[in-house]
Every structure is written in structure tokens, then in C-alpha cells.
Design a protein around this ligand. Structure first.
Ligand code: S3P
Length: 427
């Protein structure tokens, strides 16, 4: 499916975005291994999270979906059963990597696969620490890299102390989940803080995970307990409207009930550094996660440097930040963002290539990109590469482009934001 968009002379709206993807995945996974019922409200019914539900159903868990309410009838830490089919994670790296950690400590074997994009993404980053814990994981080997499909043979696990070579919440979470099944206390050392939804939610359900500076210490527990979980709006989805509201003329947008976990708000810090007017109101703490309504207004932006420990706090937002940078006066430099190369697409290449087509002065570097902003954006035909975040970022660029923009293969937005284009039309 292709979408053609025109620029808008103002954007106004007061709305909520769909539930947080990272938290929705975790609610189903952790609810499944908790004792008793977990009721999830505000669940993201995007394709990635539906893949997680489908995998846990195949692992013997009864899960009911009613709109954005999901009821998970958890069977306890040792209640999963051997699947009779291959577990298919679709496009979801979070499902693949977290579930690997969970499955290597079970008393059965299984096979995990996913779509063409997933089969290219590195899995050695999880199999390496998990193997040190005693896990038996095998897969496709391509030029020394371990790729899906993965075969996981359940085994008994031992605790480890592991320093993450890359800042990745998926790898950290995978080890934490294996740690729930290991003998002893597992310690993980992060090079930079990454999203901590796993730690927050597992503790909310009865785990004993401590944070001590850069160390995450997972003490063994006998059981987790099912509870009610309220999922806040996804800041990664709100990001498109934050940028749109700031770069479109005559605009004012309020996005209600968004998760503002400190490990996720790099986009707010960067847009503020660039000169954006952003206000957070109605701050709350829900199930351990901070939330707020985010208000943005048309603002004059200037270029900035984005590097170092803020990168994991905005890694998924870099494509749309590049659009903001194109509308800012001066140069924006993104550094230390090599991880973009192993996302749903190589997002350094795909962002640079498509924004260039729109007339933006943008160059690829080995660990990011350089954008010389303030030179305007022109409408043209662009590709999504079946990457949801590329499709949505291009749509934001289209809102301020001269002339029409056509984006090809836009159905991929269903991965994280079903109805994204209806939201754009309604603004
Ligand atoms: C996620 C972690 C990040 C992020 C992804 C979701 C998670 O990936 O890019 O969209 O839910 O833990 P990495 O852990 O690979 O950085």
C-alpha cells in the first residue's frame, strides 16, 4: 500500500497514542510466567505485540484480547509447555531476544523464527551471554554471525556476571529472564543506561532486581504474581507528533498519558536543546512507570550534537529527529549510533537515502549522520523499506514538504502504530 500526503498549514489536536510497545510485550511475557491472572489495559495491538501473544499461546498460555484489554492466565515460572509448532516472532526483535532468554531455562526444546528482516538481525549478542549461563542455542551461521531461525534446547542454567558489549535493553532483558531460572544471583553491567521496563515490571510482579549504578543485580525468586497493568502511550509513537507539532507552522498538540520513563526521554531533551517549546503536565506514576501529557508548539529550531549516553534513550527516534534537524537552522550531528545499522532496516542508510530524495542536505557517517538544516524539504516518491519507523518519519517530513509526497509500502506502520495515517489526517 502507498500513501500520498500533502503539507499542512497548521496542526492541532489533543489525543492519546497507542500503548507502549516495549511495555506491552513485557506485560504478556511476564504475565505468562506469573502465577494467576494479569489484566493489561492499553495494550498495543500492533503486529509485533500480537506476535508475542501468538508465541505465548503456543507455549500453552490462555490469553484473551478484547480491544486494548488483554487477559493473560499466567501459569507460574515453571508453567510453560513445549510448543508443537515453530514460534514465529514476525518482525519483532524484542520478542525474539527476550523469549530466547526465557526459553533456554525451560525443560523442553523449541525453534524460533521470524520474517526476512529478523533473519538478518544479530542473535549472537543474546546467544553469547546465554551460552555462558549454560544455554544451548543453535542457529544459522552466516560469515561467523548467528542468525535466526534459532533452536533452543532447554537446560539448567547458572548465574553469571556479564558486561554488555553494546547498550541493549533487549540483551539485558534476555539475560534477566534467563536469570529467573538460574542458580544464584545474575549481575549485568551496562555501558550506558538502557530502557528499564523489564526491571520495573518484574519487580512490580514480585521479582527482586536491584539497580546499583551501572549494575543490575537479579536475585532469585520462587514466583511472580499476576497483577493489573496499565500501559502508558508510547513515547516512540508520540515522537512523530512531537516533531510534527514543532516543525509545522501554527501548531499546538497535546499527547495525553505518554510514558516518560527517564530511560526513554532523549527525544524531549534533544528537541528542547534545539529550541522546541515542550511542556509536561499531569505527571503520574502508574505501575512503576512515569507518565505525563506532552504539549508541543511550533518552535524555531537550531542544529545540535547528539552523542554518547543519550543515544540509547532515543535510538528509535533518530529517524524522526533527522526530520526535525532538516527543519532546524545549522548543522546537526548524530554520533555513536552504530546500533541503527541493525534495526528493522539499516537506519543510517535508509534515513539518509530517503531524506536525500526529499532534497535534504544529509550525509551518512560510520556511526550516524550529519544534517545541514534549514534548506527546505521537497515532496517526492520515497520508500519505507518495510520499516515502520522510516515510513512514519517520512510522513512527518511530508507534512512540511513543498508538493506531494508518496511513501511506498506503508502497511508496515501496523508493526507499532495501527491507524497512524488516520491520526495524521485527523490532526
Ligand atoms: C527495545 C529495545 C531497543 C529498541 C527496540 C525495543 C525493547 O532495542 O530499539 O525497539 O523493548 O527492549 P535494543 O535493545 O536492540 O537497543
Amino acid at each position: 500500500m502507498n500513501k500520498t500526503l500533502k503539507s499542512k498549514d497548521h496542526l492541532n489536536g489533543n489525543f492519546s497514542v497507542p500503548g507502549d510497545k516495549s511495555i506491552s510485550h513485557r506485560a504478556v511475557m511476564f504475565g505468562s510466567i506469573a502465577n494467576g491472572t494479569t489484566t493489561v489495559h492499553g495494550f498495543l495491538t500492533g503486529e509485533d505485540c500480537l506476535s508475542t501473544i501468538s508465541c505465548f499461546k503456543k507455549l500453552g498460555i490462555d490469553i484473551k484480547v478484547n480491544g486494548t484489554d488483554v487477559t493473560v492466565h499466567g501459569k507460574g515460572l515453571h508453567g510453560l509447555s513445549a510448543p508443537t509448532e515453530i514460534l514465529d516472532v514476525g518482525n519483532s526483535g524484542t520478542t525474539m531476544r527476550l523469549i530466547s532468554g526465557l526459553l533456554c531455562g525451560q525443560n523442553f526444546n523449541c525453534t524460533l523464527t521470524g520474517d526476512a528482516s529478523i533473519q538478518k538481525r544479530p542473535m549472537g549478542r543474546v546467544s553469547l551471554p546465554l551460552s555462558k549461563m549454560g544455554a544451548k542455542i543453535d542457529g544459522r551461521n552466516e560469515n561467523g554471525k548467528l542468525l535466526a531461525p534459532l533452536q533452543i534446547q532447554g537446560n539448567s542454567l547458572n548465574a553469571i556476571t556479564y558486561t554488555l558489549p553494546v547498550a541493549s535493553a533487549q540483551v539485558k532483558s534476555s539475560i534477566i529472564l534467563a536469570g529467573l531460572y538460574a542458580e544464584g544471583t545474575t549481575t549485568i553491567i551496562e555501558p550506558e543506561a538502557t530502557r528499564d521496563h523489564t526491571e520495573i515490571m518484574l519487580n512490580y510482579l514480585g521479582a527482586n532486581i536491584e539497580h546499583n549504578g551501572t549494575e543490575i543485580i537479579c536475585h532469585p525468586v520462587k514466583e511472580l504474581y499476576g497483577k493489573e497493568i496499565f500501559v502508558p502511550g508510547d513515547i516512540s509513537s508520540a515522537a512523530y507528533f512531537m516533531v510534527a507539532g514543532v516543525i509545522c507552522q501554527n501548531s499546538q498538540i497535546t499527547i495525553k498519558n505518554v510514558g516518560i520513563n527517564p530511560t526513554r526521554i532523549g527525544i524531549i531533551t534533544v528537541l528542547e536543546n534545539m529550541g522546541a517549546e515542550i511542556t509536561l503536565i499531569n505527571k503520574k506514576n502508574v505501575c512503576g512507570e512515569e507518565t505525563a501529557d506532552i504539549c508541543v508548539k511550533t518552535s524555531k529550531l537550531k542544529g545540535t550534537i547528539i552523542e554518547g549516553d543519550i543515544i540509547p534513550k532515543l535510538i528509535d527516534e533518530i529517524p524522526v529527529i533527522a526530520v526535525a534537524a532538516a527543519m532546524a537552522d545549522g548543522k546537526t550531528i548524530v554520533k555513536d549510533a552504530q546500533e541503527l545499522k541493525v534495526k528493522e532496516s539499516n537506519r543510517i542508510k535508509t534515513v539518509v537515502c530517503e531524506l536525500k530524495k526529499m532534497g535534504i542536505d544529509i550525509e551518512e557517517t560510520d556511526d550516524g549522520m550529519v544534517i545541514n538544516g534549514g534548506k527546505g524539504i521537497k515532496g517526492t516518491v520515497c520508500e519505507s523499506y518495510d520499516d515502520h519507523r522510516i515510513a512514519m518519519s517520512l510522513a512527518v517530513a511530508a507534512l512540511v514538504a513543498d508538493g506531494e509526497t508518496t511513501i511506498t509500502d506503508t502497511q508496515c506502520v501496523d508493526i507499532s502504530f495501527p491507524n497512524f495515517f488516520e491520526f495524521i489526517e485527523r490532526l
